[in-house]
Design a protein around this ligand. Structure first.
Ligand SMILES: NC(=O)c1ccc[n+]([C@@H]2O[C@H](COP(=O)([O-])OP(=O)(O)OC[C@H]3O[C@@H](n4cnc5c(N)ncnc54)[C@H](O)[C@@H]3O)[C@@H](O)[C@H]2O)c1
Length: 257
């Protein structure tokens, strides 16, 4: 059996970013129609341009995933265009500040939770009714290695990713008999703009050397590529994974086992 999504409709949030673009392109190459959602209209539109260059039917919807109106609107736009949702990559997130907990601003904490936790909650709240009506669908929430372990100076981000895993497991139980699977991917370091931003905040004077040291700590000696994470996400929403639900699946080169 090969992984194919012909005639299927996918929504990807954070589609302008590293992992979101990689998984959008992977879904498109595998036959899906793709609704790319991002707050950043420039990077989101670029993903759609790349999809259309491959001959994929694709649309862009600018939305803030932490807003119920924004989420309802990207679901409504997808339904208006294509009338169904088979795959949902609930992937957008923000790293927030890189600071000790005692110095962490309350408003930044709230914003991290709003995007990373409420955004994932709202996404499922609005997409799952469509999948329930179809009695078919697969969701992948993007969590993190930070769903399992602590991260110095990234406490709120780490807490948000623990929460994504909790939402994933709970949602999976609610829809398991209704033709829908819900899983989370939990990547270690992935070479994307988000990680570059974090490195620049962690080591403003020498982000490159921090990067080298961190990569050297990973058993296979390197960060993941966005494509490697996209491959796992594609597998999880495919018909090769029909008995996998409620899981956090790690991808980290052996860094955490
Ligand atoms: N890069 C890593 O090392 C790593 C590791 C583990 C998990 N992750 C997770 O992978 C996912 C994708 O991250 P990435 O590394 O590709 O980062 P990225 O910064 O390249 O992409 C994130 C995208 O989300 C969008 N976004 C941010 N806030 C938004 C909002 N409120 N509404 C809509 N879109 C919004 C951004 O504009 C951006 O395009 C995130 O959930 C992230 O937490 C990343």
């Amino acid at each position: 059996m090969k992984i194919a999504f012909d005639d299927q409709v996918a929504i990807v949030t954070g589609a302008g970013g590293g992992i979101g673009r990689a998984v959008s392109l992977a879904l498109g190459r595998a036959g899906a129609k793709v609704m790319a959602v991002d707050l950043d209209a420039v990077s989101g539109a670029e993903t759609v341009r790349q999809l259309q260059a491959l001959g994929v039917q694709a649309g862009f919807h600018q939305a803030d995933v932490s807003s119920a109106e924004g989420v309802a609107a990207y679901v409504a736009e997808t339904m208006r265009l294509w009338g169904r949702i088979d795959v949902f990559m609930n992937n957008a997130a923000w790293q927030g500040a890189v600071l000790p907990l005692v110095d962490y601003p309350d408003d930044v904490f709230d914003k991290v939770m709003a995007i990373n936790v409420k955004g994932v909650f709202l996404g499922m709240k609005h997409v799952l009714p469509v999948m329930l009506a179809q009695r078919r669908g697969a969701v992948v929430n993007t969590a993190s290695l930070g769903a399992y372990i602590g991260t110095r100076h990234l406490g709120p981000y780490t807490a948000s990713k623990h929460a994504v895993l909790g939402l994933t497991k709970s949602a999976a139980l609610e829809v398991a008999r209704k033709g829908i699977r819900v899983n989370a991917v939990c990547p270690g370091p992935v070479d994307t703009p988000m990680l570059r931003d974090i490195e620049a905040l962690q080591s403003p004077d020498n982000a490159a050397s921090l990067r080298e040291q961190r990569a050297a700590m990973i058993p296979d000696g390197r960060y993941a590529t966005p494509d490697e994470v996209a491959n796992l996400m594609l597998y999880l929403v495919s018909d090769l994974a029909t008995h996998i639900t409620g899981q956090g699946v790690q991808i980290n080169g052996g860094f955490h086992t």
